[in-house]
Write a protein that binds this ligand. Structure first.
Ligand code: KIV
Length: 268
């Protein structure tokens, strides 16, 4: 079969090779519409379990299900042909290496995602090994882990003590040895994040972790101003999306009520 005209997506090896060469970019997306806009602009698209908050309206990510992540990942994959798509493993779907493998196999079989992401502490290293050993590409999420918000009593910035920095460096090294292709580092003091990024050869994608890491990720609705509940300190808002959209919605309502829409050109 001819491969002419087939657009190839970026690979995990290409992501790995960007470390020290160029910064890596990633945005979240939850549907084909956004994925199509971001595709080819950013290196990677994450179908994050943040969708439980910014898409579904919950106050944390814990209720997200594997079925929901698979549904949204399918949608994103149908819109994204060039950027590497990563499916976030929801709370409870990776609690043992065996369950993690079963869950990740579903993701690989039912979607076209090239990798999965899992929130990992020391207890999660064996799950990373299990997935990688079975041919599944893994991004490990360390630092502030939103799935631990209830057990830890809030979202706590990491890397404030030398002991914590050392344990994050040690965790990052073990994740590297387990074969993960990258690490997502969330909510870590900038100086600590720099040390972590320097201690491993795999790329560190930061969120709220300063500039001295190998790339950045933002939740799309934060970056473009559609999530209005709160704006974390680390977010740069590139668009006031909600405000602009609301104005347009009001215009539409006004046009309908006044009889201005539809006009003759917009009618059969
Ligand atoms: O679920 C998500 O969107 C995340 C963010 C930290 C990027 O993991």
């Amino acid at each position: 079969m001819s491969m002419q005209g087939v657009i190839k997506s970026i690979t995990t090896t290409q992501i790995l090779n960007k470390k020290g060469v160029e910064k890596i970019t990633m945005l979240t997306a939850y549907d084909a519409l956004m994925a199509k806009i971001f595709d080819g602009e950013v290196d990677m698209i994450l179908v994050g379990d943040s969708l439980q908050m910014s898409f579904f309206g919950d106050s944390d990510t814990l209720s997200s299900s594997l079925d929901a992540m698979i549904y949204h990942t399918k949608a994103v994959c149908s819109g994204a042909k060039q950027s590497l798509v990563i499916c976030d493993m929801p709370f409870g779907s990776t609690i043992t290496p065996e369950i993690a493998l079963e869950s990740a196999i579903r993701v690989y079989k039912e979607t076209k995602a090239q990798a999965v992401k899992l929130e990992v502490g020391l207890e999660g290293i064996k799950s990373v090994e299990k997935l990688v050993g079975n041919g599944i590409a893994v991004m490990a999420h360390i630092g502030l882990k939103p799935q631990f918000v209830r057990s830890e009593g809030g979202y706590k910035v990491q890397g404030k003590t030398q002991e914590n920095v050392e344990s994050l460096i040690s965790l990052a090294k073990q994740i590297e040895q387990s074969g993960a292709f990258s690490i997502l580092l969330e909510g870590v003091k900038a100086e600590a994040a720099k040390q972590i990024a320097q201690s491993v050869k795999i790329p560190i994608i930061g969120i709220g972790s300063g500039v001295d890491v190998d790339g950045q990720v933002l939740v799309w609705s934060d970056a473009f101003g559609f999530f209005e509940e709160f704006k974390p300190k680390f977010v740069r808002q590139y668009l006031q999306g909600a405000r602009i959209l609301r104005q347009s919605v009001r215009q539409y309502v006004q046009d309908v009520k006044s009889g201005d829409f539809p006009n003759t050109q917009e009618s059969y």
